[in-house]
Design a binder for this molecule. Structure first.
Ligand SMILES: Nc1ncnc2c1ncn2[C@@H]1O[C@H](COP(=O)(O)OP(=O)(O)OP(=O)(O)O)[C@@H](O)[C@H]1O
Ligand SMILES: [Mg+2]
Length: 364
């Protein structure tokens, strides 16, 4: 493992090279582990298997594993149950230990850029340079008039990354790709809707955080993580009604009939979701201030939080931007005898990242 690998190097050539081996996409969230395996078929995919397993609370916090042994065991059992082939996995990380920054540098050759970035990176990141893995992508925005180019710099704390590698290696898995959550999301979107020319705001709402990635004409132009997610909703429901966390989760996900709690529950939903929307709007405003001539054509929601009834409508109303729920299987067909189509539709939103990771090939 040579450190981080930013996805865009492989994004466009994946499905067309028939014999490639794709990795197992493994999304280690704070609420649940999601796994997905695909095989390429022409310019589409076949869905080999997918599934998820809940984690006990506090196993993963702010992107850092607190209980690596428990996480490893749950991953191992999940992959065995799903009968996934091979042991090469792609994972992604986010949180305080990962920094993604767009910087402006004089245009230069890639090899030169690599050593230049290594020497320059420290001023852009809050960590000691020896403590981080560094990766970058030159967006090649330089023109004849302007010799400067935008470069996406990614730095991730070695101890956190190594913690994941060791945990996975202990259960017999080889990590071949370590990606960043927001880029895995972008890859998932690109794999399904790569031909689109619209400017899209991708928003993944997990249990403890939101990943926001604005993709303009196929390239990521703004990446932001916000520490807010579905767990806040569960906590609020729990304390408001003075019920157990399990009951609050059941009420939230609609598995428990709210009865006379309906109106109060709805108010909690709207209040919390509006806080998420405010954060997304803030990120979009930042994009608009940098690119005043551009528009965002649509917002695409994923993550378990996206399954809140009416959320897409509320986003559309509050932002004035068309909003959809992400279907990460638009180009990945599953055998309906093996994978229940109803299940597939239901888990779609939270499988987005794992699908993006599962489109990565091992021969890079
Ligand atoms: N039908 C539903 N309605 C509302 N919330 C839901 C629903 N289904 C799942 N959720 C919530 O989605 C969250 C889990 O989503 P997801 O699996 O994307 O999170 P995660 O990836 O584990 O978390 P993170 O990315 O923040 O680390 C939980 O908070 C869960 O309660
Ligand atoms: Mg997640």
């Amino acid at each position: 493992m040579g450190g981080l690998t930013i996805p865009k190097f492989t994004k466009f050539n994946l499905p067309f090279l028939g014999s490639q081996k794709l990795t197992i996409g493994l999304d280690i969230g704070s609420h649940a582990i999601k796994a997905c395996q695909l095989t390429p078929v022409g310019d589409q995919y076949k869905l080999v298997s997918l599934g998820s397993a809940r984690l006990p609370p506090n196993c993963v916090e702010d992107g850092v594993m607190q209980e690596p042994e428990t996480v490893g065991q749950i991953i191992s059992t999940l992959l065995k149950n799903l009968k996934l082939k091979g042991n090469k996995v792609a994972i992604s990380i986010s949180g305080y230990s990962v920094i993604v920054k767009k910087i402006s540098l004089m245009a230069m050759e890639e090899s030169e850029l690599a050593s230049h970035i290594q020497a320059e990176a420290e001023q852009y990141i809050p960590f000691d340079i020896d403590e981080v893995f560094i990766d970058f992508q030159d967006l090649k925005t330089n023109t004849e008039e302007d010799e400067r180019t935008d470069v996406i710099l990614v730095a991730a704390k070695k101890d956190v990354v190594n913690g994941y590698l060791e945990m996975l290696s202990a259960v017999g898995l080889e990590t071949v790709i370590v990606d960043v959550d927001a880029f895995a999301l972008e890859n998932a979107y690109g794999a399904n809707f790569g031909g689109e020319t619209e400017n899209v705001g991708l928003v993944d709402i997990g249990a403890s955080k939101m990943n926001i990635n604005v993709v303009a004409k196929g390239a990521s132009v703004l990446v932001r993580d916000v520490v807010m997610g579905g767990r806040i909703l569960t906590d609020t429901i729990q304390s408001h009604f003075n019920i157990s966390p399990e009951e609050a989760e059941e009420l939230k996900t609609g598995r428990l009939d709210p009865g006379d709690k309906m109106q109060e529950l709805e108010d909690i939903f709207v209040n919390t979701c509006n806080q998420w929307i405010t954060e997304v709007k803030r990120a979009l405003d930042f994009y608009y201030s940098n690119y005043p001539d551009e528009t965002i054509d649509k917002i695409v929601l994923s993550g378990g939080g996206a399954k809140i009834k009416g959320l897409a409508k509320l986003f559309a109303e509050e932002t004035g931007i068309k909003t959809e729920i992400f279907n990460p299987f638009a180009k990945a067909e599953g055998d309906p005898d093996k994978i229940d189509p109803g299940y597939l539709k239901n888990v779609g939103p939270e499988m987005a990242l794992s699908t993006g990771l599962a489109t990565r090939s091992t021969n890079i």
